[in-house]
Design a protein around this ligand. Structure first.
Ligand code: URA
Length: 227
């Protein structure tokens, strides 16, 4: 696992910022990592990125996962769906959204004429948090550039952030989903729509109509970008 202090220094080094330490400052007792470990995904192609994610030890989730879950679908997709993190079934199978929530997501995709093979599905975290707890902010930030590289490689026409964790991390917001959904956002020039997580829709089916209007909004934004 990477010590947060090493990670901070590596980011600073990668940005070309000299890191000055007071004489005698205690060293974190984790092994040193090199800047390129955390800041060099920028030039990676798909296979290199996939390998990097598979081998990742940036946070403690590397110790408890069965495998990292990279993402699945069309690498030239118009639609990119971003969820939270793998659950137990996803960790076992190495594919995102394969449990009950996955079936719900499949239905949502079918409703807009898409499928698991036409879109690209990824998560905010590539590894399963134990007992399905929420991702820690440090885990999300350690994983962030993998997701950013995936977005840069795909260049989707629309990003659909499903659920609070994806939406808050992507938009750097603390707002609840109810306040973020229903309107277009912008992620570095890519339109982004927030909607409820499929697992939430399973628990609260009365919210499905709102999710449907979010999907329609996203569909409209894709069409507008093609016009
Ligand atoms: N929930 C998510 O957010 N992602 C998955 O891959 C599975 C369930």
């Amino acid at each position: 696992m990477i010590h947060p202090e090493h990670q901070r220094r590596a980011y600073l080094q990668a940005m070309g910022i000299d890191v000055w330490l007071p004489r005698g400052a205690p060293e974190p007792d984790e092994p040193e990592i090199i800047a390129s470990d955390v800041a060099a995904t920028g030039g990676l192609d798909w296979e290199e990125l996939r390998q990097c994610v598979a081998d990742c030890t940036r946070c403690e989730l590397a110790e408890s996962r069965i495998q990292a879950v990279f993402g699945v679908g069309n690498q030239d997709a118009d639609w990119m769906i971003i969820g939270e993190a793998p659950g137990a079934e996803e960790d076992r199978r190495g594919e995102p959204f394969v449990g009950r929530a996955g079936k719900m997501l499949d239905e949502m995709l079918r409703a807009i004429g898409q499928s698991r093979t036409s879109v690209f599905i990824a998560n905010t975290l590539k590894c399963r948090p134990p007992n399905n707890r929420d991702p820690k902010p440090a885990e999300a930030s350690a994983c962030r550039d993998y997701l950013e590289r995936q977005i840069a490689l795909i260049q989707p026409k629309i990003i659909l952030a499903v659920g609070k964790i994806a939406a808050q991390n992507l938009l750097g917001s603390d707002d609840p989903v109810g306040r973020m959904r229903g309107r277009p956002h912008d992620l570095n020039g890519i339109p982004l729509v927030v909607t409820y997580h499929p697992a939430y829709l399973l628990r609260s089916p009365s919210q499905k109509s709102k999710s449907w209007s979010d999907l329609c909004l996203a569909n409209r934004l894709v069409k507008e970008s093609a016009a």
